[in-house]
Design a protein around this ligand. Structure first.
Ligand code: HEM
Length: 224
């Protein structure tokens, strides 16, 4: 076997790849894609979570432009996850997933600590964000109503980035929902004991509900 290069040593490539099933262990070809995408998702969530922690710090120290940029980058990583979900819907034959499912035991992505942490960390952004609004004496509805392109302090960019981040997460949720429809249907009970009704109920929740609701507030006295 060729000697391990410095590049591979740095990445711990051997270790990482040892966690993939060997070709002769795969129950079907589609398992390479399924296991690969799930593993990639875990790595991506660690990057998203790191960015969310840094975003939180930036908001707390008043560096709102930088916080907004970071959040946009984290949102882009969710688009990668959406793309991977779509890729599986495209590539993974339902009959292949039927075979794979028999090997999964009770393991569900719903139990991923990194996925759960991504939701907690996103929700944790709300308190420092509201503090900024309070300190500046700005109400959300008035900010959304009045911002005219001026953004010297970064509050407008950050507000948009929060909406954008939430949107990209919801977009992933939708893509995942269609993946589930396409692989196991909407009546099959999942590994956590619920059908897609559970996912729809679960997904119907914004990360920043007050932000979206402030749009209603903006329009509440509007008469056409
Ligand atoms: C064949 C492909 C897939 C099927 C059939 C599937 C099915 C499901 C089902 C039924 C659930 C609900 C909980 C449960 O019963 O396990 C679930 C949860 C979840 N899945 Fe998938 N999934 C697939 C692939 C993926 C992929 C590729 C990802 C990530 C890129 C992913 C991420 C998640 C997450 C994050 C949850 C937890 C949702 C929550 O509770 O908020 N799934 N999946």
């Amino acid at each position: 076997m060729a000697e391990e290069t410095a590049y591979e040593k740095y990445l711990h490539a051997d270790k990482i790849l040892s966690f993939q099933k060997k070709e002769d262990e795969l129950v079907c070809d589609g398992e390479r894609d399924f296991q690969g995408v799930q593993q990639e998702a875990e790595l991506i969530w660690t990057r998203i979570n790191f960015m969310l922690k840094r975003t939180n710090e930036r908001i707390r120290r008043g560096d709102l432009h930088e916080a907004g940029h970071l959040l946009e980058q984290a949102a882009a990583l969710w688009s990668d996850l959406t793309g991977k979900s779509e890729e599986l819907l495209w590539r993974l034959w339902p009959g292949d997933f039927l075979k794979i499912r028999g090997t999964l035991g009770r393991g569900s992505t719903a139990d991923s600590p990194r996925y759960k942490e991504s939701e907690q960390l996103a929700r944790l952004l709300w308190t420092p964000y509201e503090k900024v609004l309070k300190a500046k004496g700005v109400g959300l509805a008035s900010l959304l109503g009045d911002a005219k392109g001026e953004d010297s302090d970064g509050l407008v960019s950050l507000t948009k980035a929060m909406m954008w981040y939430d949107y990209r997460v919801q977009e992933f949720n939708l893509a995942h929902l269609y993946l589930v429809f396409g692989e196991i249907g909407d009546k099959t009970v999942g590994l956590k004991g619920g059908t897609t009704a559970y996912l729809i109920k679960r997904y119907n929740k914004f990360l920043f509900p007050k932000l979206w609701d402030s749009i209603n507030e903006l329009y509440k006295d509007f008469k056409s």
